[in-house]
Design a binder for this molecule. Structure first.
Ligand code: SAM
Length: 285
């Protein structure tokens, strides 16, 4: 069954008596080459578990199951569960779990299903919570090897932006702490039903095997990034001093100079490494 075929999508949903739920960001793929390409590119070796977020009616899930040893798919919409049990019936390496990815215990889930294999994440993400899902995955403490996600094109540009560019933001600087990001390909809005208002793109994050940076105080590191981008128009010095009252302007200015930047620099010019160095200097104050 071609789960990207528009008539198939409509008929399985009508049969189950459900319609697309906007509040769950349901835009299903209608071009089968896209899930094939995503599944091909999301990981390097077949002996692994893939965690899929939001299988929908299962078009990407079946491509993942054909390529990788185990697929665990977490879907929030319980109306889709009976559909998935039919569309994925022929695969014995897929487990579907009816849960909210923002609430599920990720460490316990991986422990239960991965059997010690490397774990990659692959998803056509619901756009309404792209960043919270990414941050939850990254901050979970679970050692994912890759995270490949389809997101809005502008979000993809933000995730992969270089410091100083207009797309560079808090999420870019934070991501750099965990791994490297690459935009794989663009997907036009016409490849979905219902069609979203914007185009999409697929990005792959390769997580560092071992932490690349040593951060003495993770909370401070995160607060500095937050401060820098919440007050983008201010100099970094003023942004930090307004958001984190515990440092004097002199301490902040000295730390900014010590990492090799002008004291009037704006936060958006700092790389992840700069934020690491800045937080390590300030954590000694
Ligand atoms: N994978 C399908 C495809 O590519 O056609 C569907 C992708 S659709 C953009 C997003 C999917 O994520 C929907 O099936 C939606 O119900 C599900 N979803 C939304 N929020 C979720 C959450 N918090 N936890 C798990 N699944 C969620």
């Amino acid at each position: 069954m071609d789960l990207c075929n528009l008539s198939v999508i409509k008929s399985v949903m009508a049969e189950a008596g459900i319609t697309f739920r906007k509040e769950f960001g349901q835009n299903f793929l209608t071009n089968r080459m896209i899930p094939e390409d995503i599944a091909d590119m999301c990981a390097d070796t077949p002996d692994r578990m893939i965690l899929e977020i939001g299988p929908g009616i299962g078009c990407l899930t079946q491509e993942l199951a054909a390529r990788y040893k185990k697929v665990v798919a977490v879907e929030i919409d319980r109306g889709l569960i009976p559909i998935l049990s039919k569309t994925l019936a022929e695969y014995d390496n897929i487990t579907v779990i009816n849960e909210d990815i923002m609430k599920i215990d990720l460490a316990a889930l991986i422990k239960e299903y991965s059997e010690g294999m490397p774990v990659s994440v692959c998803a056509n993400l619901p756009y309404y919570i792209t960043t919270p899902i990414l941050m939850r995955l990254l901050e979970s403490g679970v050692k994912f090897s890759t995270i490949t996600v389809m997101v809005q094109n502008e979000v993809a540009a933000r995730l992969a932006a270089a410091p100083g560019k207009s797309d560079y933001g808090a999420i870019t600087a934070s991501l750099g702490y965990y791994g490297t990001v690459r935009k794989l390909f663009k997907v036009s809005r016409g490849c979905f039903v219902p069609a979203p208002k914007v185009d999409s793109a697929v990005v792959r994050i390769d997580l560092f095997d071992e932490p690349k940076y040593k951060v003495k105080d993770e909370e401070l590191f995160k607060s500095l990034i937050r401060a820098a981008f919440e007050m983008r128009r201010k100099t970094l010095q003023n942004a930090i001093s307004s958001c984190l009252g515990r440092f004097s302007k002199e301490e902040i200015s000295a730390a900014i100079k010590a990492i090799g930047h002008d004291e009037l620099v704006r936060g958006e010019r700092l790389s992840t490494e700069d934020f690491v160095n800045l937080s390590n200097i300030l954590s000694n104050k």
